[in-house]
Design a protein around this ligand. Sequence first.
Ligand SMILES: *[C@@H]1O[C@H](CO)[C@@H](O)[C@H](O)[C@H]1NC(C)=O
Ligand SMILES: *[C@@H]1O[C@H](CO)[C@@H](O)[C@H](O)[C@H]1NC(C)=O
Ligand SMILES: *[C@@H]1O[C@H](CO)[C@@H](O)[C@H](O)[C@H]1NC(C)=O
Ligand SMILES: *[C@@H]1O[C@H](CO)[C@@H](O)[C@H](O)[C@H]1NC(C)=O
Length: 449
Amino acid sequence: MHPLNILLVFMIIIVHSKSQIPVLIPHLPSLPPLPTIPRLSDLAFLQNVDYDITAIFQKVQTFYKSLPSTVKEDALLAVSELVRKYGYPCESHSVTSSDGYILTLHRIPSSKNHQRDKLKPAVFVQHGILSSSADWLIPGPGKALGYLLSDAGFDVWLGNVRGNRYSRKHVWLNTKEPKFWDFSFHEIAVYDLPAMIDYILNQTNQENLTYIGHSQGTTVFYVLCSEKPEYNDKINMQLSLSPVGYMNHLLSPLMHVLARGEVPLGILASLIGMNEFLPNTKFLAVASHYLCSDISVTQILCSNSYFAMCGFNQRQMNSTLLPVIMAHNPAGASTKQFLHYAQEIKSGKFRQYDYGSVENRQKYNRSVPPDYKLENIVAPTYLYYSRNDWLSSEIDVNRLAARLGNLRGKFLVSDPKLNHVDYLYSINAPEVLYKPMLMLMKSSGLVDL
Ligand SMILES: *[C@@H]1O[C@H](CO)[C@@H](O)[C@H](O)[C@H]1NC(C)=O
Ligand SMILES: *[C@@H]1O[C@H](CO)[C@@H](O)[C@H](O)[C@H]1NC(C)=O
Ligand SMILES: *[C@@H]1O[C@H](CO)[C@@H](O)[C@H](O)[C@H]1NC(C)=O
Ligand SMILES: *[C@@H]1O[C@H](CO)[C@@H](O)[C@H](O)[C@H]1NC(C)=O
């Protein structure tokens, strides 16, 4: 689960219906009094937004042109432009899953900081829910994992799963059809990952690759290797950042509120419907400009509701990155993905989607969904977790670790305050996380770096 995106939803709610905020407040820990949101009237046209992307795009572009342009350039660049802006090559590859989704893989094939005659080993990096390949790039060269992997000599492949802004095409469906959005992380795992992994291995002419995932990016890996064990052989090592399998001990009060289906979920459901969870548009860049730019008093709101969702690590949060982070997230997901996670939080199980006993019998030939077979995961697996991660608790990580078929290492990140999204954006992530990971990969003997 990507809490930052919940914040975005939160912001959308602010924009849509300020009156609902007081309902949320009692559920949040130590939130300061809500500051007034400046110039909300400027966003008045958003009141009737119907999430028709093209229409919003035009409206927002007109609106955006009239603004003094202080929204960060990085917020508005798509991933391939962003990467090239910083002097790295970037390729976009289209891959079609066996059930027809057309996915985009972003590739950084080389780095000017690392020349090498030998074949570069492939690394496949998979983002979390509602997110995209931008996750691995936002802090920029020398800081973001995508660039560091490239500098270390990897052939870097950044995945984008069905439904996000880079993977919204399908051979016979379009995003307006509910059928397009009828998937949870299970389908991402059993259709998208095999397509992307096989494509990368084919393109690079390699037999195996290194898999790095964050949050849902770890969930889908566990599901893949449980359900399609033949994929274990294609992974030389797997690194899980903020492992998410079992979820019933998560700490985030807001997520508990959401999972319990109390008021906020009702608000969300009426706002978002049952198909797509939320689209990414330039509108978000504008909204986050208003709600999260450094000069705005809403900085306080952003920081605090943000931390309210995923833990407190104020010292390591680079607030100038917030507008950029907000503009790239959320990048799109289905409501069913969230429901599947909500089921995990409630049931304490790591298992397939629960359709109710009648439909379960048709789908699974039993009244309850089958558990994922974690002992099938025999690719070498390394877990990185933190005690301040509100969406991946130590208890749940230990339960997961105990069942994995080939756990090679379980590392508590040295910064005790690292929270869920600090894995991606925090100022000290290179120091406390990425450098140790690179050292591990070099010394493991599993990757030819
Ligand atoms: C890659 O895919 C192409 C087309 O499907 C196929 O012809 C080729 O043999 C594959 N290459 C490898 C190394 O698997
Ligand atoms: C990965 O593939 C290489 C050949 O490209 C092979 O030598 C190596 O043993 C494989 N590693 C694993 C863990 O399967
Ligand atoms: C915070 O982000 C800005 C914008 O990318 C960057 O210029 C600055 O160096 C970052 N600060 C730290 C402490 O990393
Ligand atoms: C469904 O489950 C029953 C009882 O476990 C079993 O006897 C039967 O063979 C199963 N049917 C199918 C189609 O797998």
